[in-house]
Ligand binder design. Structure first.
Ligand SMILES: Nc1ncnc2c1ncn2[C@@H]1O[C@H](COP(=O)(O)OP(=O)(O)OP(=O)(O)O)[C@@H](O)[C@H]1O
Ligand SMILES: [Mg+2]
Length: 350
């Protein structure tokens, strides 16, 4: 007989390709209805704008169509981003589902660029996103969001509403001090500021809080890694050996505290706009790929060096907005999707 149970049984062998688990067991199939042989149900995916959506819906349709009496299948695709599990020794941020650190061993490899574009890309996919600029001494996320002159005051007792740009809630030291003023602070004060940014900002409900870290393995990284339950860390590197060596160091530190979601290789190659058939490997080639293979972690993407990436950053218009058809923007959107997918895997793993 064609009933809800029969539909669920037919769908049971269909796996989420990323999670390698049954959609039915993951509670991703809901609201099954049958009316005169027309079967309808919700398919609740675990990431916004999942790139495998087509494959998963095709698999579901095929499984259900096989049943006797089914005239057509109507699948309503939605998403519900899973939250990371709580950790006994860490205090999470209420309402924030996934905290993701973007780090690197070496400076200037593109952490802030990756952070800004990944945050905007996730917001464009429909997720609720925040970005915490943890680079206290060299905050530049606000420039990349066109919020360079914005000022904010932390209310007594906290609860500051973060400014919003391109659909992303942003907090940065540059909202509180003049950009050209040096900060004569030492470690403990810096830790205090990062803690305030984490716990005293009114982040509200967020699917992802992206944390743009300063380079290296210093206080900011440790504070974050030890204090909050993170979904994971993403390591950004350029392909050359010195950057890879530093990236390995950063990775070693983070893996003690959290999952390494993967490696992003930035400035991977340069294609001159006036000679599109040429490619120059300015910083060498395949460094990120080799690092990922060596450490058995995913390579989340390779982003080419493109002048509009830098221009977009300086102008407060991340390239995923200013030139969405460019190779760099497409690579960054794919990186955002992979990060979301990996975070869901971590959240739903046993
Ligand atoms: N793929 C790219 N193509 C062109 N320019 C890029 C690319 N990635 C980053 N840049 C530029 O390189 C510079 C450094 O990038 P970014 O500030 O993102 O690095 P960072 O790792 O955050 O640096 P820091 O260690 O100082 O925090 C910026 O001017 C940025 O616009
Ligand atoms: Mg930076």
């Amino acid at each position: 007989m064609l009933d809800t149970n029969a539909i669920l049984e037919a769908l049971r062998p269909v796996n989420d390709p990323e999670l390698q688990k049954s959609l039915v067991e993951l509670n991703m199939i809901r609201q099954v209805k049958i009316t005169d042989g027309v079967v309808s149900f919700d398919l609740v995916l675990t990431t916004p704008a999942c790139p495998l959506k087509g494959i998963i819906t095709d698999d579901c349709r095929r499984a259900v169509t096989k049943l006797e009496g089914v005239k057509s299948v109507d699948i309503n695709v939605t998403s519900e981003i899973p939250a990371q599990k709580a950790m006994a020794d860490r205090v999470g941020i209420e309402g924030v589902k996934n905290i993701i650190a973007i780090s690197s061993g070496k400076g200037g490899v593109g952490k802030s660029t990756v952070s800004a574009n990944v945050a905007v890309a996730l917001a464009q996919m429909g997720a609720k996103v925040g970005l915490l600029d943890a680079d206290i001494y060299g905050p530049n996320a606000p420039i990349m969001f066109g919020l360079a002159g914005t000022r904010a005051v932390m209310p007594q007792g906290g609860g500051l509403e973060p400014p919003i740009a391109h659909g992303v809630k942003l907090i940065s030291m540059s909202f509180f001090v003049d950009a050209d003023q040096p900060l004569p602070w030492r470690g403990p004060m810096l830790n205090g500021v990062i803690r305030q940014f984490i716990y005293e900002v009114a982040w509200g409900e967020l699917d992802y809080l992206i944390v743009d870290l300063p380079p290296g393995t210093g206080d900011a990284q440790l504070t974050l890694a030890q204090a909050v339950p993170m979904a994971g860390a993403v390591i950004v590197t350029t392909p050359q050996n010195v950057a890879i060596a530093d990236a390995r160091k950063g990775l070693r530190m983070f893996e003690k505290f959290t999952t390494i979601l993967g490696v992003v290789e930035n400035m991977s190659y340069f294609v001159p706009p006036d000679q599109p058939d040429k490619q120059y490997d300015i910083f060498g080639s395949d460094g990120g790929k080799k690092l990922a293979a060596e450490l058995q972690i995913p390579l989340l993407g390779c982003i080419p060096l493109e002048i509009p990436v830098r221009e977009g950053g300086d102008a407060g218009q991340p390239i995923v907005i200013s030139a969405p058809d460019s190779a760099a923007a497409k690579a960054l959107v794919a990186v955002a999707q992979s990060i979301a997918a990996r975070a869901a895997v971590v959240a739903l793993s046993d």
